[in-house]
Design a protein around this ligand. Structure first.
Ligand code: ZN
Length: 76
């Protein structure tokens, strides 16, 4: 029972060690708790800063937002 629950969690609930975004029941939330789109996350964070540790399934996607302000914010 416990093992089953842990398996479910690993699929739908996860935290990216790289960008601190989190998935809960399949929905992406930013580190500040706001709902987000993994494509935006990829364009804003993961594509530039993610590495092999990044768990964003949409890493590499360019269909999301990529705004310079956010990029600077993340960098500093
Ligand atoms: Zn990431």
């Amino acid at each position: 029972m416990d093992i089953m629950t842990d398996m479910m969690k690993s699929v739908t609930n996860a935290v990216c060690p790289k960008c601190d975004a989190r998935w809960f029941n399949g929905q992406l939330y930013w580190s500040n708790g706001k709902e987000g789109c993994p494509h935006d996350l990829a364009g804003l964070v993961c594509n530039d800063y993610g590495d092999d540790k990044c768990i964003n399934p949409c890493k590499g996607s360019t269909s999301g937002q990529t705004w310079e302000l956010r990029r600077n914010y993340v960098k500093h």
